[in-house]
Design a protein around this ligand. Structure first.
Ligand code: FE2
Ligand code: FE2
Length: 185
């Protein structure tokens, strides 16, 4: 699943984050079976930025928490037991890592923005969204995650059908060859 032209343009309006070398490493971290964490974050940020004015939320703040909410370089598809998180599950520690990594990379975050990021995995989180910004981020993240997971499932289904049709085409060829051999061989 690739970024739309709109999303690419949106990312270009936040180059202080989206062109940062450590943030760009998110391109190598897969997400939801069809995308990577960089593209996922851009989609979440774009949706949050679009919805924010309707809810009386600062769109710039919504974009920033969207871009930074998953700023954790651990690939949860692999065994992450040795990632220095004391055996905790990814869903609980990656929002905390995202805040730490954002501040370490020089992206300032207000207390409210930090809290929104920490609680974005609600109900699988150690805190509950306590602001409109937090609720918006949580909902946008889930909506985009569902869309990406569905795209991943659809791609797998198409691949499966393709393999199946290749398999049946091969079976037809074998049957034809055997029939030919039996009568004309
Ligand atoms: Fe997340
Ligand atoms: Fe996310």
């Amino acid at each position: 699943m690739t970024l739309s032209d709109d999303a690419v343009r949106f990312a270009a309006s936040y180059t202080e984050i989206t062109r940062n070398p450590s943030y760009l490493q998110l391109l190598t971290v897969p997400r939801h079976g069809s995308t990577n964490t960089y593209d996922h974050s851009v989609r979440v940020a774009q949706l949050a930025h679009r919805l924010a004015p309707k809810l009386g939320i600062d769109p710039d703040s919504a974009a920033r928490v969207g871009l930074l909410h998953d700023f954790c370089l651990v690939d949860y598809h692999k065994n992450d037991k040795d990632s220095g998180h004391d055996g905790r599950w990814y869903c609980f520690y990656h929002p905390e890592d995202a805040v730490k990594n954002s501040l370490a990379a020089g992206f300032p975050l207000s207390r409210k923005e930090q809290q929104a990021i920490r609680s974005h995995m609600f109900p699988l989180a150690s805190s509950v969204p306590s602001s409109r910004l937090g609720c918006l981020l949580t909902l946008c993240d889930k909506a985009i995650a569902a869309q990406e997971s569905f795209a991943g499932a659809a791609e797998s289904y198409v691949r499966f059908k393709l393999l199946l049709s290749l398999g049946s085409a091969r079976a037809v060829r074998v049957v034809r060859r055997n029939t030919y051999d039996r009568f004309f061989g």
